[in-house]
Design a protein around this ligand. Structure first.
Ligand SMILES: Cc1cc2nc3c(=O)[nH]c(=O)nc-3n(C[C@H](O)[C@H](O)[C@H](O)COP(=O)(O)OP(=O)(O)OC[C@H]3O[C@@H](n4cnc5c(N)ncnc54)[C@H](O)[C@@H]3O)c2cc1C
Length: 399
């Protein structure tokens, strides 16, 4: 590992820290913003919308975007610093995470000037919410197996098919969808071809979003059904048939996007210990709990060093495996480990759900325990990450 912070990087960190000090406590004290939302997903999104607007006022919402579009053209190191500072400050998430980190950069890279003018401002100022429609019942880890059809008919593509697990599709005005414009490609054994990226107006005819109740009881993700849904050809992003390239070309952010993870996890562990000290202090004398806390702490430190090594490699232009798939595994392992530990450290209080008068921190521990199961499937399933490590890093022989 060898990297140093330049004076510009130090200035970047100081400016961000000052801005957070001036804005975050004030934002957190504001409480409810706008009409009271009963649905927890809508309530969270409303807060995120307000926070993203505040970030954008300070030009801190989309640091990677060009300056002319409200960004800061941040370097890799500045991305790392941003991720660390946001985790340290426990800043809320943003309203258009997909839009800022993935879809916006896709539109900047592949969109026409007209498309940029039309869509980028609404992503940035949180005016319009975006979803990302990739997964299908038969296309998850094997995404190139997607089959939702888009057949051109004059000035429109006619969409038929079914997407699944699409986060916040029911709240989105726009979605970036991967669809199949060449239905013969799978049968011809070239499934990565004939895929096209289309921007879809979620209020358009023939499109239905059905929220799915998840393990926690919340309704975050959706089934999205297309029935002869017309989408203007003007909404094509990149060329017809180049959807795989369009979608994959912008995933680079994820290389350093998890950089603040160890800091966030460390802050979470510290918070858990403080909470146990207050609500169930005898847990901290239990040898089993003490052992688990020490092991979690050690794994978090290991993850911090792993991320630092990945950053060092990125800066030197080297390939980042096995660090990137290992960091993904560490993230899901630790998120689930901490969620379990939190419940156990709170004892009987750990299983009280939100709403009850005795629930600690609005029942966060009981809600978070099932929720964290998603981390071993989202953003690359555990077995798939292990396959990558076996194949590319350890080079295990294939049968
Ligand atoms: C909270 C959440 C939010 C999501 N939001 C979105 C969204 O907004 N937009 C979107 O497009 N998608 C979204 N997804 C879907 C997500 O991208 C998929 O769940 C993921 O790609 C895995 O696909 P799958 O669910 O079809 O599982 P599968 O790929 O079918 O995997 C099922 C199991 O089989 C294993 N497996 C698969 N392939 C292999 C292999 N080659 N070798 C060994 N084992 C294997 C997996 O590890 C897993 O355990 C979301 C998922 C979650 C959990």
């Amino acid at each position: 590992m060898d990297f140093a912070y330049s004076p510009e990087d130090q200035q970047f960190r100081a400016e961000l820290r000052d801005w957070l000090d001036a804005n975050l406590p004030d934002f957190l004290e504001e409480g409810e913003i706008g009409p009271v939302q009963e649905d927890p997903t809508r309530r969270t999104m409303q807060r995120r919308q307000a926070w993203q607007r505040r970030l954008n006022e300070g030009r801190w919402a989309a640091i990677n975007w060009p300056r002319e579009w409200g960004g800061r053209e941040a370097t890799i190191m500045q991305n790392f610093i941003y991720s660390e500072e946001m985790s340290q400050a426990k800043a809320p998430g943003v309203y258009n995470a997909n839009g800022i980190w993935q879809i916006g950069p896709m539109i900047l890279r592949w969109g026409t000037e007209e498309q940029r003018q039309r869509w980028l401002p609404g992503i940035l100022d949180a005016q319009e919410h975006w979803c990302q429609g990739f997964s299908e019942p038969e296309a998850g880890s094997d995404l190139a197996n997607l089959r939702t059809q888009a057949i051109r008919d004059g000035e429109v593509y006619v969409l038929n098919g079914r997407k699944i697990w699409i986060s916040t599709a029911h709240l989105a005005k726009w979605g970036l969808f991967l669809v199949r414009t060449d239905p013969t490609a799978i049968a011809r054994g070239v499934k990565h071809e004939g895929i096209t990226a289309l921007i879809v107006d979620m209020d358009g005819p023939g499109i239905e979003s059905h929220p799915i109740r998840d393990l926690t009881g919340d309704r975050l993700f959706n089934e999205v059904v297309f029935t002869d849904a017309p989408v203007p050809t003007a909404n094509l992003l990149g060329d017809e048939g180049s959807g795989w390239l369009v979608a994959m070309g912008t995933l680079g952010h994820e290389r350093v996007g998890t950089a603040g993870m160890a800091i966030g996890l460390k802050a979470e562990l510290d918070g858990m210990i403080a909470s146990a000290r207050q609500h169930n202090p005898e847990a901290l004398s239990d040898p089993d709990i003490r052992d688990r806390v020490a092991r979690a702490w050690t794994q978090i430190e290991l993850t911090r060093l792993l991320n630092a090594r990945a950053l060092s490699k990125v800066l030197k232009g080297e390939k980042t495996w096995p660090e990137v798939p290992l960091a993904k595994l560490q993230w899901s392992f630790l998120s689930q480990t901490l969620a379990e530990l939190n419940v156990d450290m709170l004892g009987p209080l750990g299983i009280l759900d939100k709403g009850g008068p005795d629930a600690v921190e609005s029942g966060h521990a009981a809600h978070n325990y099932p929720w964290q199961r998603y981390t071993s499937i989202g953003a690359g399933a555990t077995e798939v990450q292990k396959n990558i490590i076996a194949d590319k890093a350890i080079r295990l022989p294939r049968r």
